[in-house]
Each structure stands twice: as C-alpha cells, then as structure tokens.
Design a protein around this ligand. Structure first.
Ligand code: GLN
Length: 547
C-alpha cells in the first residue's frame, strides 16, 4: 500500500516547490523506497504544450510523449526515475475528462459539480499511479500555484477529503513558505508563514511539515515560534536556505532530518539513506578546477526557465569534465541584419569555446541562428544543434555549401524554393495543435564510426522528441555529396535524427532533445562531448597564445 505526501506552497510563488518536492523524493529514494512524483496544476490548459515558453518556461517531454510542466524534469533528474502522462495533471484535463463523460450521458439526471465530480476525479488521479504500479511506496504530489488562489481550491479540497478518508499514517502534508528578512528591522519575519498556514488550515488541511525558504537558516527561536503558531512540533519545521546549487537542497534537508521524520510520520521503516554518491557529485560540481564558456543562441533568453533542461544538462556535463560551464546567452535576433559582419560575430563569440543552438518554433530569430552556425562551422567552434538547431544547420549548409541559395524550412515559408526542412508526412492534415507533434521516445540507429557513435558508445539509442518538421529526404543525397553525414536515422531509415559535418572538431546536430534525458550523475553523452570539445579548444587557444 502506497503512502501519499502532498506538497503545497504559500505566501508567494517561485519558492522552489518543485525542487523541494524533488529533494524529498531524492531522499526517500536514497532510503530504498520506490517513489513517484507528480504535479497537479490548477490552470485550464489541458497540458502546457500549447503555452509560450515566455509564460510557462520549457515544456518538458516524457518517454511516453507527455508534454509536461518543467518540474517533471526536476523530478526525473533528482530521482533518476522516468515518469509518465499520469504524473502531470491540470485542471484543464480534469474538466476535459468530466465534460467528455457528461456528453456521453454518464451523469444523466445529475447536476455535474465541482464537489463531488471534480474533487472525485482529482482523488482518483492522486492514486492512479500507485494503483497501476503496486511496487510504489510513496507518491509525492505537488500542487501548483499558491494556497489562496481561487483556481487551486478544488485541488486542496480533494486533498482534504483524501486525507480524511485514508488512515492517518498514510498521508502527510508538506507546506512550503517564505520567511523574509527585513533589512530595516534587521530580523526575519514569521508572520507571512503564520498567515499562509492559517489559510491552509481554514481549508481543513493541517500541515505536518513546514519547509521555510529563507536567505539564511532561520534559527531555533524562529523555529519554535513558527511551530507554536502553526500548530506543529518544532522538529517538523525545516529551513531551505538559499543554496549555491539546487543539487545541494536534498543534502541540506537531510542534514536537518526531513526524510527521517517524514518516514516516521508515515510509519515507513527504512534503512538510513546513503547520500554519499550525491554528496560527492555536489562536491565536484561546486569546486570545478576548470571553467569553459559556451554560447546559447536562442530567442527566449529573457526567461531562463525556457531552457531549463539545457542549463541543467550543462551543469551535469561539467561534472565528468571537471569544469564549470559558463553559459553565455546570445539573443539570436542580435545576430541579424546588415551590420552583423564577421567582425561583430567574432566580438559576440569572443571567449566562447562552444555554441549551442536550441529548439524553438516560428521564424523569428532564424537568420541569427543560421549566422551563428555558419560562424561555428567556418571557425571550427564546437557546435551542438538541437531540433530547430538541426534544422537551421541544414539551412545554413544548404545555402552556403550545397549551393541552394534559398534553402529554407516550410515552417517559416511555405513557398520556399528549396524546402530542405519540411512537414513530416505524419503531420499532414493535423488541425489541432495540442499534443499532436511527434512526441516522446523513438529509437535511432547510429552510424558506426561516426562522432555520435563514439560519444554514445553504442549504435542503438532512444531519445525524446517534440517536432513537426524534419529533414526533406529529397535533398539528402545533395547534402551527402557535400560531405554531410547523416549519422543517426530512424530504424526504417526514413527520418534523419543526427547530422554531422566533416573536417570540424565537433559539429553535431540532432532532431531530438538530448537535454531531456541528462541526469546529474549520468550527464548526457552529447553535452559531455560538447563540453570536452570546448575545453580542448580552450586549451589549444591557450597554447597558441603562450607559444
Ligand atoms: N519548430 C520545429 C518543428 O516543429 C522545431 C521544434 C523544436 O525545436 N522543438 O519541427
């Protein structure tokens, strides 16, 4: 029988509820428990797939093709466990399910209402993963938003009911709050936490544990005060002080004993957790002997959450390379226009030892990406293109090497004379935009002897996808004649997955999203390879300068 932990947040948003949930999952897993993390978001989109990265940050894609909130990425990275569509629920999907039932006549004669129909569906979904997988010991469900939000109420009401219906020792509530430091007063303030817990208790949920976000540890006096006013024992109040790296958070919480008291509360007898490997990883990560700079040329760069998994993948890739990867953000539109000549490009990428062009949609900033790729190709700068980055690489090579002056993608210009990138056959005739891309994990066969085969160390791989457009096979032969190697193909050979350019230290582009599978203790081979190549370039440059 599984146990259920609910994580809510109060006072303000962006407290790092996802990291706190993932950290608890990490620690319970280190205790030998089988843990599933899930996120329930109260907004009305059916999934985040159709939301702008500016609004919502990156859309994380799971093995089964679910388009999810980026917190699912943290869950997978912190617990090294693959999740699925059932682990991300939105109010939109709840209503979609209920309204479909209503149209079928399943509620015939009854009024369909938030209570009990919406809350019952939420309760069903809380248990779904555990029911499908009897080995699960603990399900941690994070509720998006902040306590007090109108749209979150049905979710909290469902949790209240669920807790009432289950044995006391089968559920626990963790509430995350903010303990601000007021400069003028020179002290921390516990009142916002008290208010937030009062709000939660007024809904009928007494939190069992509080995790207080604060600049510094909150100290025993504040802990006792918070405990007294929030109606819980002082050793159930934890602080999550600002950390240099998110990967430190599980260790900080473990030091304070969070996992031990959660297990005690849930009646789970487990071994003491072995956090030594994680600790070692964090040590390497925080004390890198080397540094290297890699430029990311994108168009959503004002909101770094839009590239969350890429940022994390570079952190992971730095670990085996013993290097910190400094990310230099370049707005692709700033690389466009007449005045952006070779000199300006050289200025923009001065001190960068590698260039990454990430995924994206629409034509804005495309020329800038093409320019950046040309600069990388011509100057031997290690380059990794992801999804749209691959598509731009072929446009660039098509125009400059193959001689297709007007090479383009049908996504940006339906009448382009040379659509080297075109809509996939399977996408033709699709009218609905939600959840209809080529999504999730697909196998890929890697060409022996290629750079990709060398990096992966194997020739059968599987990677996650999210795209509608692909390399147009009608142009494949011409690219190959120009030296391009299509080093990864779908097993039927029809779909280009990996592209390499010859006589270059590291020029690799992939149609899939390697960043979705990188884990802190298992850096993705392509990111690891890019960072290694960038370090080599850096040391070559240093040798040249010295010699
Ligand atoms: N817009 C491109 C496509 O749909 C690339 C998608 C992406 O980069 N994720 O194929």
């Amino acid at each position: 029988m599984a146990k259920f932990v609910f994580v809510t947040g109060g006072v303000v948003s962006a407290l790092g509820k996802g990291i706190a949930s993932a950290s608890l999952g990490n620690l319970l897993k280190a205790r030998g428990l089988n843990v599933i993390l899930q996120k329930f978001d109260p907004y009305l989109n059916v999934d985040p797939g159709t939301m702008s990265p500016f609004q919502h940050g990156e859309v994380f894609v799971l093995e089964d093709g679910a388009e999810c909130d980026l917190d699912l990425g943290h869950y997978e990275r912190f617990t090294d466990t693959n999740l699925n569509q059932d682990n991300n629920l939105t109010a939109g999907r709840v209503y979609e399910t209920i309204l479909a039932r209503e149209r079928k006549g399943e509620y015939l004669g009854r009024t369909v209402q938030v209570i009990p129909h919406v809350t019952d569906e939420i309760k069903r979904r809380i248990q779904l993963s555990a029911q499908q997988n009897p080995d699960v010991d603990v399900v941690i469900t994070e509720i998006g938003g902040t306590v007090g939000d109108i749209e979150g109420q049905p979710f909290l009401e469902a949790i209240r009911q669920f807790r009432l219906e289950q044995p006391v020792e089968d559920t626990a509530s963790v509430h995350l709050t903010l303990v601000p430091y007021i400069d003028a007063a020179g002290e921390i303030k516990t009142k916002p936490t008290q208010h937030s817990v009062r709000e939660l208790r007024s809904i009928g949920i007494q939190p069992d544990f509080l995790v207080c976000r604060a600049k510094e540890p909150i100290g025993d006096d504040a802990r006792r005060k918070i405990a007294l006013f929030c109606n819980l024992p002082a050793d159930h109040v934890f602080d999550a002080k600002d950390a240099e790296s998110i990967y430190e958070v599980p260790l900080n919480l473990h030091q304070q004993g969070l996992d031990a008291v959660v297990c005690e509360r849930l009646g789970l007898e487990t071994q003491a957790p072995d956090v030594s490997e994680w600790e070692k990883m964090v040590q390497v990560l925080l004390n890198p002997p080397e540094r290297v700079r890699i430029a990311i040329v994108g168009k959503y760069i004002e909101l770094k959450d839009a590239y969350k998994s890429i940022i994390e993948s570079f952190i992971h890739a730095g670990i085996p390379n013993h290097a910190a990867v400094e990310q230099v953000w370049v707005d692709s539109e700033s690389l466009e226009g007449e005045e952006v000549g070779e000199r300006k490009m050289a200025e923009m990428f001065a001190d960068c030892h590698g260039i990454l062009v990430p995924g994206g949609f629409g034509d804005r900033g495309i020329q800038g990406k093409v320019n950046a790729i040309r600069f990388a190709r011509e100057n031997g700068i290690p380059f990794l293109g992801i999804c749209l980055g691959l598509q731009c690489a072929l446009i660039e090579i098509g125009r400059d090497v193959v001689g297709l002056e007007m090479a383009g993608s049908a996504e940006f210009d339906a009448s382009t004379p040379h659509p080297v990138i075109h809509l996939m056959d399977s996408q033709k005739g699709i009218a609905n935009l939600g959840g209809t891309m080529r999504l999730g994990a697909y196998p890929c066969e890697v060409k022996k002897g290629s750079l990709a085969a060398d990096l992966y160390g194997q020739i059968e791989i599987s990677e996650r996808h999210r795209h509608r457009y692909e390399v147009n096979n009608a142009y494949r032969a011409r690219f190959e004649e120009a030296g391009v190697v299509f080093s990864g193909l779908s097993p039927d050979g029809n779909l280009v997955e990996i592209v390499e350019y010859p006589d270059h230290p590291f020029f690799l582009a992939v149609q899939f999203h390697p960043e979705l599978k990188s884990r802190p203790r298992r850096a993705h081979p392509l990111f690891r390879g890019l960072v290694a190549a960038a370090l080599q370039r850096q040391s070559r440059q240093a040798e040249t300068a010295a010699g």
